[in-house]
Design a protein around this ligand. Structure first.
Ligand code: HEM
Length: 348
């Protein structure tokens, strides 16, 4: 697949797809990970198959997404076609590991948002705070790292990003890529301390908006206070912090988009490189009140998919199939259908 117009409007990219055998391997690998995690007595999952990634919900809350009036011409498509616009969102904030861990453990943090557009299109934004890139170049690498972390967690290693990781990474990914991935994980999940999920920057992986390749991102609103509003060392300090902030007033992030320029500056086919094009702010996300226990339970049952609302590109193709498989495999713990999510968000 490719787009052949000029590069300044996000076009001109060439998309290299994984073949069907690779996609099938990834779908089967995620299922094997979920089964292994559920079966282990060390993961705290009590035998229940759960999300294969981002299992611990730090916050599940309702709020709004506002698309601004004056957004760039090239962004006025798909979920951002109507502008200005305001939609109700369900927001799930999570730690990255596939089983519960203390918030003080080294980890990636994620935000998943679901809304239904004016045209009724189910749209999901999924983002992590890994600095605008993944540790993995592609889905096969991502799955190889996940396999190692799952093996360590299932064996009862204290943290997934721990001692055995180095040797296993070198053996499975080779010394160059193994060292590169470890360095990214160390930088983004350990050296980088998260005071609050409200003060983090988050990025999605590449998707198609019209003919453009884009990445969307969330950035703390200028009104966001620095630091931690909770006891810093508690196992659930990130959850306590965001609850305390919501007790005091709204928590907001600005919504940004970046456009593809060329494969060197803004790669579609290598997820491990942060895009260097400008981030243009096109809207805002707002959470205004602490959620009820019932809100949180419902949001924890949602299934998000980065291909909802956008055509996938690059690593997002594999993510489309793998998220659907992960959600199907965890049906036993309760997964909300798209129709139920639509009704919950009061959309048509
Ligand atoms: C590269 C950028 C990526 C970002 C920004 C990202 C972000 C996220 C987020 C925010 C969630 C939590 C969703 C929720 O709250 O329900 C999630 C879950 C998940 N991610 Fe990713 N992820 C990325 C890459 C990948 C890759 C490459 C794979 C595997 C091929 C993957 C597999 C999964 C799975 C299986 C889940 C659980 C889905 C479910 O059961 O509903 N992710 N991801």
């Amino acid at each position: 697949m490719n787009s052949t117009q000029s590069a300044s409007d996000g076009t001109g990219w060439v998309d290299k797809l994984d073949d069907a055998a690779t996609l099938a391997m990834l779908v089967s690998a995620i299922g094997a990970q979920q089964t292994k995690l559920a079966a282990s007595s060390h993961t705290g999952l009590s035998g229940q198959v759960d999300r294969a990634q981002h299992q611990k919900q730090l916050l599940g809350a309702f709020g709004t997404i506002r698309i601004a009036d004056d957004i760039p011409e090239a962004a006025r498509l798909g979920p951002f076609a109507k502008h200005p616009a305001t939609y109700r969102i369900a927001c799930r904030i999570s730690n990255g590991q596939p089983c519960p861990q203390a918030d003080t453990a080294s980890d990636v943090r994620g935000i998943a948002l679901k809304f239904f557009t004016e045209e009724g299109v189910e749209t999901d934004l999924l983002l992590t705070n890994e600095g605008g890139r993944s540790h993995a170049r592609n889905a096969v690498q991502f799955m190889a790292v996940a396999d190692i972390i799952v093996a360590l967690l299932a064996e009862g290693t204290v943290s997934g990003i721990a001692q055995g990781l180095r040797e296993m990474m070198m053996a499975k990914l080779g010394p160059v890529e193994g060292a590169r991935i470890l360095a990214v994980l160390l930088k983004e999940t350990k050296v980088h301390h998260v005071d609050s999920v409200a003060t983090e920057h988050y990025w999605g992986s590449v998707v198609q908006l019209g003919q453009a390749a884009i990445k969307y991102s969330l950035h703390p609103h200028p009104s966001t206070s620095a630091g931690t509003n909770a006891e810093r060392h508690g196992d659930n300090y990130l959850r306590a912090d965001i609850f305390n902030r919501l007790e005091q007033g709204p928590v907001k992030w600005q919504l940004g988009v970046q456009f593809f320029v060329d494969e060197a500056t803004t790669p579609v086919n290598d997820a491990s490189i942060a895009w260097k094009s400008d981030v243009m702010m096109i809207g805002e996300i707002e959470l205004d009140t602490p959620p009820s226990a019932d809100d949180e339970a419902r949001i924890d049952r949602l299934a998000f998919n980065p291909a909802n609302g956008f055509a996938p590109l690059g690593i997002t193709h594999a993510r489309q199939d793998v998220y659907a498989a992960s959600a199907a495999n965890r049906k036993g713990r309760g997964v909300m259908s798209s129709d139920e999510a639509r009704a919950m968000l009061g959309a048509h």
